[in-house]
Write a protein that binds this ligand. Structure first.
Ligand code: NAP
Length: 395
């Protein structure tokens, strides 16, 4: 039984609150805090209507460490669960250290003015968390998150040596809008417009954005073309998978999405540096975010499925083996359960399960920790029970 402080009342935050509210035996007391109180009020009312549970809400600017520390001291949580934006990771880690509380997030820190996914800023907190006897769990979403745990499970149970991992992410759903992103537009567009990168034989190989594509047969969805992207979990997995020779990350995009992306990029709307407009500095990407649909607003009427997993190749008992370990999630089912779409759901459920692992002591390692460094079994057991069943298919 414990207390959790959830920061960020967006699409993912809504799912996390609903899923924590469904498990009162672990999350006895829930507080949701975010920059805009009205969004917390909306989630609080929805959770009350669907689960009958009452949660506390608060307004906080998570960029402000003293303000966040004061809130943490007032709420007295066992864990701060960060589902605000990657920009808040470091200030929230600072606040947790100052207040002496464990920390969890779903996306690695990014500086606002450089679109760069690197763990170095958060790895720099390792010693501080160790010394404080606290745990900071990084990347407890789906990818990163469940994909890291799938790799740990493959390493523990299915392979003696892992040679190749392809993390494959397909959203085959339809929201009916000409163009929208499924999670925070600014973070999503920064990710997909960045240069591609993968790791082979001990080296990082850089590619032009979206320059490499391949067709994968996604369980529950069928063949889809996916594009090679750089994704943050590659950085920690290359350190923790034994015998690894190659690891890549792939994501599918529809033609409409790609055409819009190309146009927006060509006209400069995805720039993250300020331009002067009528004497005021304006960041085109931030302005674009204001125009695009809020990801949580896509949920009603979203149809189709997501299919995300890891294709792993290696050796077991002296023989070559290739498997696909994956989850299929249905947008409409998610809406029925928690009024969210599947991209928010597949992020929010693992965030809740990661928090559950920490609050029940199943995962208890001091310092800054990645998902694949921990025992995958209790996490995967609860993941299946709480809405994201997973399968292993022999290829
Ligand atoms: N690992 C994965 O699989 C995965 C997948 C998808 C998303 N994610 C991550 O999940 C996180 C949430 O995504 P989302 O789609 O829910 O985003 P979102 O809908 O934009 O929600 C973000 C929330 O954070 C709040 N926020 C922003 N800055 C804040 C600050 N300084 N102080 C307090 N609150 C602040 C926002 O407040 P306002 O309402 O005032 O804007 C908003 O409520 C992101 O970090 C994203 O990268 C991870």
């Amino acid at each position: 039984m414990g207390r959790v402080l959830i920061i960020g009342a967006g699409g993912v935050g809504g799912v996390v609150v609903h899923k924590c509210a469904q498990v009162p035996a672990v999350f006895e007391h829930i507080t949701l805090a975010s920059r805009t109180l009205a969004r917390c009020e909306h989630i609080r009312d929805d959770v009350l209507a669907l689960t009958g549970r009452t949660i506390d809400i608060a307004q906080v600017d998570a960029d402000n460490v003293p303000e966040t520390v004061a809130l943490i001291r007032k709420v007295k949580p066992d864990l701060v669960l960060n589902v605000a934006l990657p920009y808040q990771d470091l200030t929230l880690m600072d606040a947790c250290l100052e207040a002496g509380v464990n920390y969890l997030d779903t996306a690695n820190y990014e500086p606002k003015d450089v679109a760069k996914f690197e763990y170095k800023w958060q790895w720099a907190y390792r010693e501080k968390f160790e010394k404080a006897g606290l745990m900071a769990l990084l990347g407890s979403g789906f990818d990163p998150g469940v994909t890291n745990v799938f790799c740990a499970y493959a390493q523990k149970h299915l392979f003696d040596e892992i040679h190749t991992v392809d993390i494959v992410d397909c959203n085959a759903g339809s929201h009916g809008k000409a163009f929208a992103t499924n999670f925070n537009p600014e973070i999503n567009l920064r990710e997909v417009t960045a240069r591609g990168k993968y790791w082979e034989n001990g080296q990082w190989i850089d590619t032009e954005p979206m320059a490499i594509s391949e067709t994968f047969d996604f369980p529950g969805v069928g063949p889809r073309k996916a594009y090679l992207l750089y994704h943050e979990e590659l950085e920690s997995l290359v350190l923790h998978l034994k015998g690894l020779k190659k690891i890549r990350f792939w994501m599918t995009f529809g033609d409409e999405y790609l055409t819009h992306m190309r146009v927006l990029q060509n006209v400069g709307m995805t720039r993250i540096d300020p331009v002067m407009y009528k004497g005021q500095p304006v960041v085109p990407m931030e302005f674009l975010k204001c125009l695009l649909p809020d990801p949580s607003s896509l949920a009603a009427g979203y149809t189709g499925k997501t299919s995300i997993g890891c294709i792993v190749e290696g050796i077991k008992d002296g023989k070559p083996r290739k498997i696909f370990i994956y989850n299929i999630c249905d947008h409409a089912e998610c809406f029925k359960e928690v009024h969210a779409q599947a991209v928010s759901y597949t992020t929010g459920v693992p965030a809740m399960v990661g928090a559950m692992m920490m609050m029940t002591g199943s995962w208890n390692q001091k310092g800054v920790v990645h998902m694949e460094q921990l025992n995958p079994d209790p996490f995967l057991e609860k993941l299946g029970q709480h809405g994201l069943p997973w399968q292993v298919k022999e290829l």
